[in-house]
Ligand binder design. Sequence first.
Ligand code: BJ8
Length: 431
Amino acid sequence: MNDYTEMWSELGLNMADHDILMSALPGLYQDIYLSQTDRPQGMQYFDNLISELHGKRIQELLEHKQQGGKVLATMCVFVPEEIVLAAGAVAVGLCGGIDWATPEVEKVLPRNICALIKSFMGFKLGKVCPYFEVADLVVGETTCDGKKKSFELLGDYIPVHVMETPQKKNQIDYQMWDAELQRFIEVVEKLTGNKITEQSLQDGIRRVNNKRKALQRLSAARKADPSPISGKDALLIYQVAFYDDIDRFTAKVNELCDELEQRIEQTAAHQSGKDMLRIMVSGTPMAIPNWKIPHLIETAGARIVFDEMCTGERYFQNLVVEGEGKSIEQMVSDINQRSLQIDCACFTPNQTRIDKIIRKSSEYSVDGVIHYALQSCDPFTIEGFRVEKQLKDAGIAVMRLETDYSQEDVGQLQTRIEAFLETLSDRKEGI
Ligand code: BJ8
């Protein structure tokens, strides 16, 4: 492995704590990922990315900055990457999948706030995340109250621009979001010093759509029975999608899909996913390295075939309508239309999400749905009740789990997941 010590030190990371963080990752990755058998060859690229999580990509971002480029850090799929690219900047998603610097965080945030928010705050306060240190601007949003208020605090440590996101799928919120997108163009142009043109926005839309199309292709491959890739591997790809170089990532996902499609054609040649229960996971996004629930599900012998999360289908399910000769206003409206199809629990009402879970359960021949919410995440925890009721009414087996990033409840979760899978097996066998 390359030595990036000097780079991390120049970025001002807390080197002792960063060492502790990075020394935990290889063991965790070995246990959760590399111990899997019959993985597609194409996963090698993504394994390398994880082993270089704070290395090569950070180096690339620094090179981009040396050439005058800017880096914007984001935490939500509402933030339009198309506009960032159109101004010649790069968007990177900030992780928030592990507890960090909790005592420091709890000096500025309440204890019972969701783990994702505490985590990103901890990464900044603890100075262990090079993506935070490389970023010129954090683009926050008002999706949920916890994030909205936390971005105010985060603004004490790094420049933050907060976008007011729609809460309802109606004309008023459409117009409000349109104005927010226009304002975002101004912010990005000012930061980068680059004017967004019709051509550059059209290119940005095309590049992000290509990434989404590759991810849609991956998702389509998982429909096959047996599914040719583990849910954990698919999740990793969805997580990496937020920070890898967009065009290289798209090409690598397409290469992997070539392999998966071949696997599907030659089912007998791979054992991956054979005779396993097929599970959908739905709920709060899972940021790197939050692999706890998928690992428990798949070690219990089931296979996740669909992720109804923002680290999953919500990220790429719809494309921005493309077309030649459009004005910037028309393209912004296209981006807007797509945003209003995201079915985040921050919307009210959000029936389209439940309808989609029911529809996809059938399309992906799912045996059961595990609804996952981070503790203290009001939008997803509350919506979980409705999801459970309507799925049960539709005859779909469902279990709701609430957890955080600690390992303390692993035994309890394992027991519940195994019991749920047992009921699914009995149901399948008609017992
Ligand atoms: S579009 S899901 S990425 S907001 S877990 S911080 S909701 S209290 S992450 Fe999300 Fe955008 Fe929606 Fe997707 Fe708040 Fe819940 Fe915490 Fe959450």
